[in-house]
Design a protein. Sequence first.
Length: 303
Amino acid sequence: MTGWLVTGAGGMLGRDVCDVLSAAGVPALPFTRPELDLTDEAAVTRVLERARPSVVVNCAAWTDVDGAEDDENGAWQANAHGVSVLAHACADAGSRLLHVSTDYVFSGDADTPYSEDARPSPRSAYGRSKLAGERAVLETLPHSGTVVRTAWLYGAHGGNFVRTLAERAAAGSEADVVDDQFGQPTWTREVAGRLLALGRLPAAAATGVFHATSAGRTSWYGLAREIYRLCGEDADRVRPMSSASLRRRARRPAWSVLGHGRWAAVGEPPPPDWRTVLTRAFSSVVHGGPAHEAALRAAQKGI
C-alpha cells in the first residue's frame, strides 16, 4: 500500500492538504465532493478497494452551521453517516484514517483549554453530527483511526474571516465584530502540516484525538483588530459587539480554546502562537493561493 487519498480536496483545508503532501513528495489522490460523495457506500468502497491508500485524510464535511439547524438530517448524513461509510471502507482496505473534526463538539462553557480527552457536549445540530462522526471513526478503527479537531480556520483557498476583514480594512471601512467568543485563529496550511506529521507516525502512536489549532487565544474582535493592524489601517475602526445581536440560528461556542497536550506525547513540537502564524500567512491568505484544479484532475486518472 502506498500513497494517500484526500476527500473534500476542493475545500480550503483540503486544497492545502494536497499542496503540503505534494511539497513533501507524498503521492496523493484528491477527490472533491462531487467526485466522491461519502454517503454513496458503493462508490466509496470501490475507490478504496482500487486505490488501497496507506492513509486517508477526510476533509469532507457539511459546514453550514446555521443550515444544520434547519436540516439536521442532511448534516447527519454528511458528517456522521458518510464518515461511518468511509471508516468501514478504510477498515476493509487496511487504510489509516485521519478525520478532521471541530471545536463545536464542546459546549463552549469552559474557561480553560479543552484537553483532547475532555467530555464533548455539543449545543448545535452541526456539533452533534460532527461528534457522531468522531465516534464512528474511533469505534470502527480503534487501532488506525485518528480524529483531528480544529477551529477558526483561514487559508488561501477560499472565503474566510481573515480575507473578508482585510478587504474591509483596505477599503477604509469600519467593522462591527463580536467580542464575546474566544478561540484560536488557525491557518489551514498549519493544520495540513500537522496531518502530514500524524500520517508519518506509526499508527499505534497516532490513534485517538489530537487538537490542531494555533496556540494562545483571542476574540473575533481581537483578531479583527490584528488584521487591520497588519493591513496598516487604524484598528480602532473595528468596534465590539455582542454575539446575541447577530441572532443566528445555531449557538456558537463562547469558548473554543483547545489544549494540545498530545503533540508532546508523540514527540511533535507544540503549535505556535496564533499571532506569529497569522503574520507569516497573511500575504498568501489575503491575496489567494495558486490554483491547482488541473493537478487534481491529472492525479485522479485511472481511479
